[in-house]
Write a protein that binds this ligand. Structure first.
Ligand code: NAD
Length: 424
């Protein structure tokens, strides 16, 4: 169901794209091909638990399209992972990689598991079993997985280790099979912060175009890798972070939080609630707790969605008061909600653009491994900025020229690149 709805958003630009390019037959073919993934891998993963029992977990790797290059996309661990969701996210990866001009296709993977319910050793064993099951389908020229929700460099390092063991090879280039590795394991400096940094670069470009003046008031749903780093970079650029939330709830203060201190406090307490850290102090009198529903409905300049998909839907879209929404999560707004928000005049900076920093920097990590180089963070962020500003400006130009929203403009640019490759 999610896939059909997401694809529907994409289908909306079909006629427009045809009118721009004129090659109706080829464009029809492309849409038909993109409607189905090229390969869906479903695996069952037995795990012997520490209590001696065996549990079987479902895992997926869905390879959507590789017209532009090897498949690329994250792996998520989540108790609600399912085929439809992974297929949708794989499709969005195809669109995203094409949009930003990477020589990569789209894929996504996941395991249906609550990682918090496993011990570290169990999680490691499960991650290794997943690699054993998908081994034949991945590699630097086939498919390059990365971290996503509830997966991190530690998990990716286990996966790399398992992959190298099975390969029985010491070829360092094989490490390019995975991105998001730890720095000690030939990962890339800045990869962990890249998606948040990318969101900041895109937002800065956007507010320049609209000539908006800071301080702008921002609320961010999700305080994991993406939400935290976005908050940190926006704070450094003079935005006022007035609300933050994670799965257990959120915090609010008009004074504006210092995200780095909030993260330190969250690490100590295990939750964000009560972490009212402003300037250089955390004080229980400086803020209020709010729920995850309330954070979405705050009257802010910018609402950044950095948790999960479908958090804005037809039942809450009308209550959204933000003027701008930055989609850092993939697919956080349903198709129906997208329509309602567009009618209300809310400007949406779409996921495929806003969160593409992660995959761009993943690509740099691949290059670093394949060319046996060592990039530093300054170079990583400079190169990232080049990719993102170029892409943003191209999307903006299409939006202005055709008088369409940013999502449609991004789809048009992405399609243009897929079409050019398809006919070449
Ligand atoms: P993460 O696991 O590090 O963090 C997820 C955050 O969302 C956590 O703070 C969690 O507490 C919070 N959360 C979970 N359920 C929630 C709920 N119901 N309400 C509010 N918060 C909730 O994951 P991440 O890597 O930060 O990814 C976040 C989103 O960004 C995902 O949609 C992911 O697909 C997308 N994304 C991630 C990357 C990347 O590089 N990590 C790249 C592109 C897109």
């Amino acid at each position: 169901m999610i896939f059909e709805n997401t694809f529907q958003k994409f289908l909306e630009v079909k006629e427009l794209f045809k009118s721009l390019i004129g090659d109706g037959q080829k464009i029809g073919e492309i849409f038909k091909i993109l409607e189905k993934p090229q390969r869906e891998i479903k695996v069952y993963l037995p795990l012997k638990k520490e209590n001696g029992e065996i549990d079987i977990f479902e895992g997926y790797r869905i390879q959507h399209n590789n017209f532009l290059g090897p498949y690329k996309g994250g792996i998520r661990y989540f108790q609600e992972v399912n085929e439809d969701e992974i297929k949708t996210l794989a499709f969005l990866m195809t669109i995203k990689c094409a949009l930003v001009g990477l020589p990569l296709g789209g894929a996504k993977g996941g395991i249906r598991v609550d990682p918090k319910a496993l011990s570290e050793k169990e999680l490691e064993n499960l991650s290794r079993e997943y690699v054993r099951k998908i081994y034949d389908f991945i590699g630097p020229e086939k498919d390059i997985p990365a971290p996503d929700v509830n997966t991190n460099s530690k998990i990716i390092d286990w996966m790399v280790d398992e992959y190298l063991k099975i390969s029985n090879s010491n070829d360092k280039k094989l490490k390019a099979t995975f991105t998001g590795k730890s720095i000690e394991n030939d990962g890339l400096e800045g990869r962990e912060e890249a998606t948040g940094k990318g969101g900041e670069i895109i937002l800065e470009r956007f507010i320049q175009k609209l000539n908006l003046q800071k301080p702008l008031r921002v609320a961010i749903q999700g305080f994991g890798n993406v939400g935290y780093n976005l908050a940190k970079f926006l704070y450094q650029k003079g935005y006022k972070i007035i609300a933050l939330s994670d799965s257990k709830g959120g915090i609010y203060s008009e004074e504006g939080f210092n995200p780095e201190l909030v993260m330190e406090c969250k690490k100590e307490k295990g939750m964000i609630s009560g972490c009212y850290c402003i300037g250089s102090v955390c004080d229980s009198n400086l803020g209020n707790d709010i729920s995850n529903e309330e954070i979405l409905e705050l009257d802010v300049d910018i609402l950044a969605l950095a948790a999960l998909e479908n958090v804005i839907h037809k039942y809450n879209a009308d209550k959204i008061k933000a003027k701008i929404i930055l989609e850092m999560a993939n697919n956080p707004i349903t198709e129906e909600a997208d329509e309602i928000l567009n009618k209300k005049g809310v400007i949406i900076i779409p996921d495929v653009l806003a969160n593409s920093g992660g995959v761009i920097v993943s690509y740099f990590e691949m290059l670093q491994n394949l060319n046996n180089e060592k990039w530093n963070k300054t170079k990583v962020f400079e190169e990232l900025e080049k990719y993102l500003t170029k892409t943003f400006d191209e999307v903006w130009e299409i939006k202005e020229k055709l008088n369409i929203d940013l999502r449609k403009a991004a789809f048009i640019l992405s399609l243009k690149r897929i079409y050019e490759k398809y006919i070449s």
